[in-house]
Design a protein around this ligand. Structure first.
Ligand SMILES: Cc1ncc(COP(=O)(O)O)c(C=O)c1O
Length: 382
């Protein structure tokens, strides 16, 4: 019944976890879900108010502009300038997205011909892989290993693959490893992409979720980045707006225009009222972002110190709301956590074969629940 491209999709592990979770809940287990990468904190009220006001204005009720409201694109450009010192032309170098997932899902269609290689970090956000498959590109997984600080090693990619590579997906602060990348790494990406004619697509969804004074760079801060690539960004994680579906692609004019041409043919843009609320989010005080980061930092500290107390060796991440823990068997560990402690964590293998041997904890639950999870883990024989 289905097209081959559906049959070729990797099994969706997260759906399996959801089924197991539902089964446990049906048995009356009080499940602590540290699996989901979706903030439990509400969208700040000034942003909600802005949406309510905009939604009552009938001028927002029509088809939006395909590339996004110019005022939204200007707000994105201003934000990039003040946050990263990156200057963008809002008319040609910024495109509104219906969340960054949408941009990631569509971008290969603009640049990848059937049989071209797409390089993607592994473990990685699963949509890098599925969008490659949908565009009939060939996937080359770039392993992220602890000994390389979870950065890809370009020299390890076979020459014939590099020759046929058309696009590369990578993202730091990274989901799922929580690793961060220095700006010098983005410089290396620019060189590699330039040398080999590869479109570099950086996924910066977590740039604002940082701790201990760390500030994550934008890929577009690297010299020459706009000539070779683009950055997918989003309001989802920064302002707890995952359900709103608003993001942006920023980069060189020709590249942004290619993605825009795909989008014009498949969607009709983000609701104007949501874009207006997005403008409010980007142009108002950013105190709400700092406040959310303090909450996550406190949770991170509770989880990391709890895990260390239980005898695990674990890095304290500088960014993202994830903790990436090395275990002997990721599926076995996750299953044990659910069966014996009623805790959901995500097996690393769900993010790619190189994620095997790890599990991901999401600190998107309140600190009491995180502390309770640690207490429950004390009675599990790992
Ligand atoms: C690494 C990464 N990129 C992109 C996204 C997509 O986010 P959104 O479509 O809400 O902007 C996510 C969501 O979990 C993510 O983890």
């Amino acid at each position: 019944m289905y097209a081959n491209r559906l049959d070729n999709l990797p099994p969706y592990l997260f759906a399996q976890i959801d089924a197991l979770k539902a089964e446990k809940r049906a048995q009356g287990v009080d499940v602590i879900d540290l699996g989901v990468g979706d903030p439990d904190l509400p969208t700040p009220s000034h942003i909600v108010d802005s949406l309510c006001e905009a939604a009552r204005d009938p001028s927002t009720h029509h088809y939006p502009d395909y590339t996004g409201m110019i005022e939204y694109r200007e707000a994105v450009a201003e934000w990039y300038n003040s946050r990263f010192g990156v200057s963008l032309n809002p008319k040609t170098e910024v495109l509104a997205l219906i969340g960054s997932k949408e941009g990631i899902a569509h971008v290969p269609e603009a640049f990848v011909n059937p049989g071209d290689y797409v390089l993607a970090t592994d473990p990685g956000y699963p949509v890098y892989k599925t969008s490659t498959l949908f565009s009939e590109g060939k996937l080359w997984e770039m392993p992220l290993k602890e000994e390389n600080e979870f950065l890809p090693v370009f020299e390890d990619i076979p020459k014939d693959v590099v020759k046929k590579a058309k696009l590369m997906f990578f993202g730091y602060p990274n989901n799922p490893t929580a690793a961060v990348a220095p700006l010098s790494f983005f410089g290396e990406v620019v060189e590699f992409a330039k040398e080999n004619d590869i479109v570099a697509v950086h996924d910066n969804a977590y740039s604002e979720i940082t701790f201990d004074g760390y500030k994550a760079p934008s890929f577009l801060e690297a010299d020459g980045a706009k000539e070779v690539g683009m950055e997918m960004h989003s309001l989802s994680k920064t302002y707890n707006m995952t359900g709103w579906r608003l993001g942006m692609a920023c980069g060189g004019e020709e590249l942004i225009s290619g993605l825009g041409r795909v989008k014009t043919n498949v969607d009709s843009g983000a609701f104007d009222a949501i874009q207006r609320a997005g403008i409010t989010a980007l142009t108002s005080s950013q105190q709400c972002v700092a406040d959310a980061c303090s909450v996550y930092q406190e949770r991170r500290d509770a989880l990391v110190s709890g895990l260390r107390d239980l005898g695990f060796e674990v890095e304290s991440p500088k960014a993202t709301f994830y903790v990436w823990l090395k275990v002997s068997d990721s599926m076995g560990f996750a299953k044990k956590m659910l069966d014996e402690a009623g805790i959901v964590v995500t097996p690393g293998v769900g993010f790619g074969s190189n994620g095997d041997g790890y599990v991901r904890f999401a600190i998107t639950r309140n600190i009491e629940r995180i502390k309770e999870a640690i207490e429950r883990m004390r009675s599990v024989d790992f």
